[in-house]
Design a protein around this ligand. Structure first.
Ligand SMILES: [Zn+2]
Length: 432
């Protein structure tokens, strides 16, 4: 998944409603393929272990590690009997030239502004399909396999370059996608399915953007896109589902397929910090499944030993029911979600330097991670603290938090009220 700042600026879980559909069982959803459960978890583990192996060097787009990972994923799809669907075999290459960072040369009067030299980066998507003989409709299942290598510009780790394993982000999603592909191949449905392992996601959704501009199946026959990004840390069976407003049928279908009583935290917007956004912008209904933020996000400590395989299995079981149920629908309507215009996102120049907990449904903004040396950390805030007011401004949710940030400039000082272990405390924050 992309960085929290991108998340902040684009899509916020607003007034996330926690919905527990405990006893809903509907016909048509309970047909899973009954692969052995122990096997499922060992298969998921195998994928996460392979992608987080140090030989893959954190899978940064355009590196040898990314190529190794892409080849490994293609092998798995081939073993499962899927058909290659890239531009050449299983692969689709894309190139991207990042915007050059500005650099200062010289000093004093001779200070000059120059452009750093940037190299073109070539990444590759890995694309396979299961084609149905009884229809022309497609569904897309996606998960990005790239990560931050030794710590690129999106790393939140401050230290010497070191491998960022990206077990949750997003070996977990790739593992879920491969498992789902094997099941759908064994027990096919009326839809054709494209399984897309995207690269370039961490750099800015490059791979999925390129795919939507150069699709290898007709995009106008794609009924839905489902994205797995960070599904390896299921806690308390709470699962965030983004994009629920992109079709009027999503919520009902999700409820009907929620046989394991997952606590769904839906969010309507089709624009978010991952690859489903590229498909939503092509007017395709999307869903993004996500088990939430954590302090290891975009750090070398996002490792395989912290992955909850039973949790991934529950999510795969759930999504399998969703995909099978979708194939029984004669149509699947798209709706645009209303909150993606930039105007609705407050602008601000300062931040606390924290990773907000996007799954927090209480009042305030709960801190899920802190960057050392930034205002929150400097003021003594800790993970788990809930910010409830900044000076005189009440913080109710992410939107009011961002609106509050808009009132301050670097160098200003504020009194921030937090809740910690049931007590209220006031800390002094200096904005930077
Ligand atoms: Zn990420």
């Amino acid at each position: 998944m992309r960085s929290p700042y991108f998340q902040l600026c684009n899509r916020i879980v607003l007034n996330a409603t926690v919905i527990c559909y405990s006893f809903i069982l509907l016909q048509g959803c309970n047909s899973t393929s009954n692969l052995d459960e122990v096997d499922t978890q060992s298969r998921l583990k195998e994928t996460v272990a392979a992608l987080t192996d140090s030989t893959m060097e954190g899978r940064e787009t355009g590196t040898a590690g990314e190529r190794l990972a892409g080849n490994w994923i293609a092998d798995q799809f081939e073993k499962a009997g899927l058909t290659v669907r890239g531009d050449s075999g299983a692969f689709q290459q894309f190139s991207y030239k990042p915007h050059p960072p500005m650099q200062m040369h010289g000093s004093g009067d001779s200070l000059q502004l120059g452009m750093a030299v940037v190299k073109e980066i070539i990444g590759q998507n890995v694309l396979h399909s299961i084609e149905s003989s009884c229809g022309t409709h497609w569904g897309v299942i996606g998960a990005h396999y790239d990560h931050l290598g030794y710590g690129d510009e999106n790393s939140l780790f401050r230290g010497e370059p070191t491998i960022h394993f990206g077990a949750d982000d997003n070996a977990s999603g790739v593992a879920g996608m491969i498992e789902l592909a094997q099941r759908m191949k064994n027990h096919p449905i009326g839809h054709s399915l494209l399984f897309a392992a995207f690269s370039g996601e961490e750099k800015g959704l490059w791979g999925s953007n390129y795919y939507c501009e150069h699709p290898t199946i007709p995009l106008d026959s794609v009924r839905f896109m489902i994205n797995f990004d960070m599904i390896g840390r299921l806690r308390g069976d709470t699962l965030a589902v983004y994009g629920t407003g992109t079709s009027p049928g999503w919520m009902e279908l999700l409820e009907a397929c929620n046989e394991d009583s997952l606590i769904l935290v839906p969010s309507e917007s089709g624009v978010g910090p991952s690859d489903h956004t590229s498909f939503y912008l092509e007017d395709i209904p999307v869903l993004h499944f996500f088990t939430g933020q954590h302090p290891d996000y975009h750090k070398p400590t996002d490792t395989a030993d912290k992955i909850d395989y039973e949790g991934i299995e529950k999510i795969v079981n759930f999504v399998e029911r969703v995909v099978r149920k979708l194939s029984q629908e004669s149509s699947w309507e798209f709706t645009a979600t209303k909150d993606e215009d930039e105007e609705s996102t407050p602008s601000f120049k300062v931040t606390l330097g924290v990773v907000p907990d996007y799954l927090f449904s209480g009042q305030g903004m709960r801190i899920d991670g802190l960057t050392e040396g930034r205002p929150a950390s400097n003021a003594g805030m800790k993970r788990g603290d809930v910010v409830t007011a900044i000076d005189t401004i009440q913080v109710i949710d992410m939107m009011t938090y961002m609106k509050a940030l808009g009132q301050f400039e670097a160098g200003d000082t504020s009194l921030v009220q937090i809740q910690r272990d049931g007590n209220s405390e006031i800390l002094t924050v200096t904005w930077d």
